[in-house]
Each structure stands twice: as structure tokens, then as C-alpha cells.
Design a protein around this ligand. Structure first.
Ligand code: SAM
Length: 255
């Protein structure tokens, strides 16, 4: 491991806005703040918004600056990336920001029913071979329903045609109410508030924009009632993701 990473990990241990509970730890230690984030950490009654797979936490930090009366929690398993956002939040004295280092598969162990109002999914890995790992799959939607308010909002911002198409089918099959859907957000007409929010750019987003890819965005509601069905449809794979990598299979589509 590089020295830079070790130093970041050591510094993260001292950050008051970082909570580290990967799989290996949380099995033995229950998370006492579940259901009490506002009371114990944020010290207010403001709504809580999550960024799942936050990487360096650009959305978490920049949204927190735009909306001081909303509390933001960035979640990722990669500590060295999260360090960047946590450090920025501390340096900017942002009291409405926290970071949780854990596996999103167990996210429902950290938040209680109705504790979260909205979820941002920013440039999530499309997981073209495995729907169970896809953050917009019904497997994850069911997890989110444990703590998201009824009809809570999910935002998906992505370069991936595969993930976007899959999510559109998932939303359509389950009749989830769509609020905004654009396949080219920098060229479509959007209201000024939405545009301001969407102009925040993440690390991965800037890489994909440099490659000339359109950025897509969807905002939909997740009602708590009704069973969710996985879409059963073949979707063309994103070919640009296999640059510099040998193809794992000869398949051109995935479910
Ligand atoms: C492609 S990166 C995007 C990072 C950031 N949102 C951005 O746009 O720059 C995906 C991130 O999601 C995290 N991630 C993916 N699956 C995860 C999981 N199951 N649990 C925790 N983190 C996960 C990865 O560690 C990575 O930082």
C-alpha cells in the first residue's frame, strides 16, 4: 500500500465526521447511531440525504454547501477516496456532512425506518454482469426501502448507457413515478435549480466528459408498498468500459 494511502487512513481515524464500519467490523459491533443520526451527530431535525458510492464525495460536500439545512452522508468502501471529501468538509467547517465507510450491501444496518429522504447514486459501477451488485437493482431498492421515507427520491447520474437503460426498465416495470429523465443533461432544458445541482461534477464524471460521453440523469420516487420485480431484458453492454481490459466473455448484451 502506498505511503499516501496509509497516511490518509491514519488521518481518517481522527476525523470526527467519518464513521468506519466495513463488513468485518459491523458483524461484531452494532451501530448505535442507527435511527439517531440527527440527535447524536447532526444535532438538528433536518432531512438526511445519502450519496451511495460517493468516491471523493463531491456531491456530498457541494450539496451540503448549497443546502445548509439538509444533512448529507457520503457512503463508500474506499477510504482513500473518502478522505478527500471528509477533509474538504472539515476545512470548510461543514457541520451538515458525514461520511460512512462501509459496504452498501449492508446499508440498512446504519439507518432506521424513515430516517433518509433522498439518495444520490453518482456514476455507480454499472455491474453489467451481475444485477445483484447494481445499485439501482430491485435488490438494492428493497434495501433502501428499509430506511427511505415512503416515496423518497432516488437520483441517478451516470455516463453508462447500460445502467441508465436498465434503470429505466426497472422503473418502468415497477411503475415508479419519474420526475426527471434526460439522456443528455448538459444539452437538455432543465429548470435553474436542477441545473445548478447537476452542474456539480464528480471525479468520474469529468473523466467520462473528457471522453465525449453524454451524461444522463434520472430522478424518481420509490414508494414503499408493492413487491418489486426485476426487469428481464437484454441490454447492449457499454463497449467503452472494456478499453485496456481483456473481454471477460464474448457477450455483447447483459441483463
Ligand atoms: C465509479 S466510482 C464513482 C465515484 C464517485 N461517485 C464519482 O462519481 O467520482 C464508484 C464508487 O462506488 C463505490 N462502491 C461501489 N460498490 C460499492 C459497494 N457495494 N459498497 C461500497 N462502495 C461501493 C466504489 O468504491 C467507488 O468509489
Amino acid at each position: 500500500m502506498s505511503k499516501g494511502k496509509l497516511e490518509k487512513f491514519a488521518e481518517m481515524e481522527t476525523f470526527r465526521n467519518v464513521f468506519q464500519y466495513p463488513f468485518s467490523i459491523i458483524d461484531n459491533v452494532p451501530f448505535d447511531m442507527k435511527g439517531h443520526w440527527n440527535q447524536d451527530f447532526f444535532k438538528n431535525d433536518n432531512p438526511i440525504v445519502l450519496e451511495l458510492g460517493c468516491g471523493k464525495g463531491e456531491y456530498t460536500v457541494e450539496l451540503a454547501k448549497l443546502y445548509p439545512n439538509v444533512n448529507f452522508v457520503g457512503v463508500d468502501i474506499k477510504g482513500a477516496r473518502m478522505w478527500t471529501g471528509a477533509k474538504k468538509a472539515i476545512e470548510a467547517n461543514l457541520e451538515n456532512v458525514a461520511f460512512l465507510r462501509t459496504n452498501i450491501e449492508i446499508i440498512d444496518r446504519f439507518f432506521d425506518i424513515d430516517e433518509v429522504e433522498e439518495i444520490w447514486l453518482t456514476f455507480s459501477d454499472p455491474q453489467m454482469k451481475n444485477a445483484h451488485k447494481r445499485l439501482t437493482s430491485t435488490f438494492f431498492m428493497d434495501r433502501y426501502r428499509h430506511f427511505l421515507v415512503d416515496k423518497g427520491i432516488i437520483h441517478l447520474k451516470t455516463d453508462s448507457n447500460f445502467l441508465f437503460t436498465y434503470t429505466k426498465y426497472m422503473v418502468d416495470v415497477n411503475k415508479l413515478p419519474v420526475l426527471i429523465c434526460t439522456e443528455d443533461l448538459y444539452h437538455d432544458n432543465l429548470d435553474s435549480d436542477t441545473r445548478k445541482i447537476l452542474s456539480i461534477q464528480t471525479y468520474y464524471e469529468s473523466m467520462w466528459i473528457e471522453r465525449g460521453l453524454n451524461i444522463k440523469y434520472m430522478k424518481f420516487k420509490l414508494p414503499r408498498k408493492a413487491e418489486l420485480n426485476e426487469p428481464d431484458i437484454e441490454i447492449p453492454l457499454d463497449d467503452y468500459r472494456s478499453y485496456h481490459r481483456p473481454k471477460r466473455s464474448g457477450s455483447e448484451t447483459g441483463k
